[in-house]
Design a protein around this ligand. Structure first.
Ligand code: ZN
Length: 394
């Protein structure tokens, strides 16, 4: 029994590896895929045959490897084999995108969000119908992935979003209701980390943290090649590390959490306490560019708080990279100096030397693309798909 489970798991890993190799290197031949995946010839041929049988690959024009021998057929992920839908649910906006099976963007749709989570779900369902219709003539939706700000448990229940007042919402089952395609839901930082791994800055990085800063601060931890979720799925709540003992009240019920100073709301609050009122961080960045000294001083302090929180994370987890995303990106250039200086002091030198801190290259698309990554991962590694792996008749 154990051997059978193992071989099923290995076949699944091989299938995932080959699919992603072809996604990243379109027009590859079987020889190319063998080289890219490290799989042997027989296994490569077997996985390709199954994916062809399922209609997930197409054969292109023959290519010539450059020396005497038989031409090889170029392979691609079939563009018409279906779509994935990814989304981010947040109070200010519901953003939905669709991609083909290779993860290439087909369409995007922004709808005004709602502070009522049930209303957000209704908006999402309307948007899903619209984007499915506009993504081609009746494409099969192969998977739907959604990133949500808040604590998501392993059963797809949104346990708590402290800044939004969302509490105990069985969000996956509500989103799944009446839909045939499987729905995957995760915390927005986890979804974003998956996007960085599959489509962004961390394609070849197995140990990194994605830091999401919007209304709160959270981290998606990608450790040793996979998402690290913790016992209940609540890992990465770096926003609730204490920055100031007995400091500001936090939505989580504690005091002085770092996100009460480093999130968008926290930064705007500090500025207002010093006589500067702004509606968002893009306007704050503009004032910083105009060299408003109060604004620059506040952003310097934010950089120190962020540097302290990241120092703890880096000392504990030893990541190769930290990728920052969310609205904090607007003002990052004005706080990164203080952040780096703080980390120089508080991170142990051998861990500091290998660390890179960068802004997400995926920008505001990162969480919806994370939804695509969750859907793609679920689809290509789905257990029902690899039960018939066997040699095809030639
Ligand atoms: Zn807190």
């Amino acid at each position: 029994m154990a051997a059978r489970v193992n071989s099923t798991a290995i076949r699944r890993v091989n299938r995932v590896r080959l699919f992603h190799a072809l996604r990243e290197h379109p027009n590859s031949s079987q020889t190319d895929l063998q080289r890219l995946t490290g799989l042997d010839r027989g296994t490569t041929s077997l996985v390709v045959a199954q994916l062809l049988e399922e209609g997930l690959l197409t054969r292109g024009e023959p290519t010539y490897p450059g020396r005497v021998g038989r031409p090889e057929t170029a392979l691609n992920i079939a563009p018409s084999a279906g779509i994935f839908v990814g989304a981010r649910l947040e109070p200010s906006k519901v953003r939905i995108i669709s991609t083909n099976l290779a993860g290439e963007l087909l369409d995007r749709l922004d709808l005004p969000g709602s502070t009522d989570i049930y209303q957000s779900i209704t908006l999402f369902r309307e948007g899903l119908e619209r984007i499915t219709r506009s993504s081609g003539s009746n494409p099969a939706v192969r998977g739907i992935g959604v990133g949500v700000p808040g604590l998501m448990d392993r059963d797809g229940c949104l346990v708590l979003a402290p800044n939004l007042g969302w509490h105990r919402v069985p969000i996956r089952s509500l989103l799944q209701e009446g839909l045939e395609a499987p729905v995957y839901v995760d915390n927005d930082a986890n979804a974003a980390a998956m996007a960085e791994r599959l489509f962004g800055a961390c394609k070849s990085c197995a140990n990194f943290a994605y830091l999401s800063c919007h209304s709160g601060l959270g981290a998606g931890l990608f450790m040793e090649g996979r998402l690290f979720r913790g016992v209940h799925g609540f890992s990465g709540e770096i926003g609730h590390v204490t920055a100031v003992p007995n400091g500001r009240a936090c939505g989580c019920g504690k005091w002085g959490c770092v996100e009460t100073y480093v999130s968008e709301g926290g930064i705007l609050r500090t500025l207002s306490e010093r006589g500067r009122w702004f509606g968002n961080l893009a306007d704050v960045a503009e004032a910083a560019r105009q060299e408003d000294l109060i604004v620059l001083e506040v952003l310097n302090e934010v950089g120190q708080y962020l540097g302290m929180a990241l120092s703890s994370l880096v000392n504990i987890l030893n990541p190769e990279m930290v990728v920052l995303g969310g609205t904090l990106a607007n003002v990052f250039e004005f706080l990164e100096g203080a952040m780096h200086k703080t980390m120089d002091v508080h991170v142990m030198p051998p861990l500091r030397e290998v660390l890179r801190v960068i802004l997400s290259p995926l920008g505001s698309e990162v969480v919806p693309m994370g939804g695509i990554a969750l859907a793609m991962d679920g689809f290509i590694s789905a257990p029902h798909l690899d039960t018939s792996l066997r040699p095809q008749p030639s």
